[in-house]
Ligand binder design. Structure first.
Ligand SMILES: [Fe+2]
Ligand SMILES: [Fe+2]
Length: 294
């Protein structure tokens, strides 16, 4: 297992109490998250992917194909003629953008579950907010924006998995106000003997996600070396900022302040970052509304 943070593993490593067997089984019996999205992540992570292979994969999911075509034809890309061909749409968007669209659609579908819709909705909105903030901050960490978006989008997949598998037990935690994030994690561990990071690590490994996504899902609340500027630390910061900007998954009595988080961002003297809180909040709310309307 690849982990660069201090954490306990869901199989009881590093002194952790073994989780109840039913929690492991319940998580691993969940339907595989977005099979097409997952295949695409692996295709793009492990080999030189070809456009026709990706197009062939997308064609197996008509709703997903329609979404990819719709984005490629949006005014943002300003293509002169309507694109009705998936291969061309992928070329216009690029692999990373195609991947992030695919994952967004898959995550949306995973969170559209009849049990606990309100809680699922707040987790979904937190995931989108974190992804957009990771994309925004990615240049400061010298990470490609689409890669940052995709990884941050699935950072709380453990939380979503626990909700799908043990909603009745888990949902009441979302109705409570917790003092700090550490208290939320402790409350999860007291219920499941694993927190949502450990659940995320277990799930992404069960489902066969590329290891960098497992690391993000498993380590984003871990103790990170202060100077580290990688995908996990970027996601960690984006998740905190999503909470501070009003898009939390769980309500904290003492959320971190935006000023404190922004003060910790890496400094790029060649490209100083200007933080505009209201603009960012507006952008996130608009993006959430746009994804939800599809
Ligand atoms: Fe989290
Ligand atoms: Fe989060």
């Amino acid at each position: 297992m690849v982990v660069g943070c201090v954490m306990q593993t869901p199989d009881g490593g590093m002194g952790a109490m073994p989780p109840p067997i039913q929690a492991r089984n319940g998580l691993c019996q969940l339907p595989v998250f977005g099979p097409v999205a997952l295949k695409m992540l692996n295709l793009l992570a492990n080999q030189e992917a070809e456009v026709r292979t990706i197009a062939g994969l997308l064609r197996t999911d008509p709703a997903l194909s329609a979404k990819v075509l719709a984005v490629a034809n949006s005014s943002f890309y300003g293509t002169p003629q309507y694109i009705d061909n998936l291969s061309r749409a992928i070329l216009v968007l690029g692999f990373e953008r195609t991947k992030s669209i695919t994952l967004t659609v898959a995550l949306r579908s995973f969170t559209r579950h009849p049990a606990n819709p309100k809680v699922m909705q707040s987790c979904w909105q937190h995931s989108i907010a974190t992804a957009l903030l990771a994309e925004e901050l990615a240049p400061l960490y010298e990470i490609a924006k689409d890669r940052a978006y995709t990884a941050a989008l699935i950072h709380d997949v453990g939380r979503l998995g626990l909700l799908r598998a043990y909603g009745e037990l888990y949902a009441p935690l979302f109705a409570a106000v917790h003092d700090t994030l550490a208290e939320c994690l402790e409350a999860e561990r007291s219920l499941f003997e694993m927190d949502h990071c450990q659940a995320g690590l277990l799930l992404t490994q069960c489902w066969g996600f590329p290891s960098e996504y497992s690391r993000v899902a498993g380590c984003h609340h871990g103790e990170l070396p202060a100077a580290k500027q990688d995908l996990v630390s970027l996601t960690h910061t984006a998740c905190l900022l999503a909470d501070a900007l009003g898009f939390p998954a769980m309500v904290l009595a003492r959320p971190p302040s935006t000023a404190a988080i922004v003060a910790q961002l890496p400094v790029n003297p060649w490209n100083p970052y200007a933080f505009h809180e209201d603009q960012l909040k507006g952008k996130i709310a608009k993006q959430i509304a746009s994804v939800e309307s599809t």
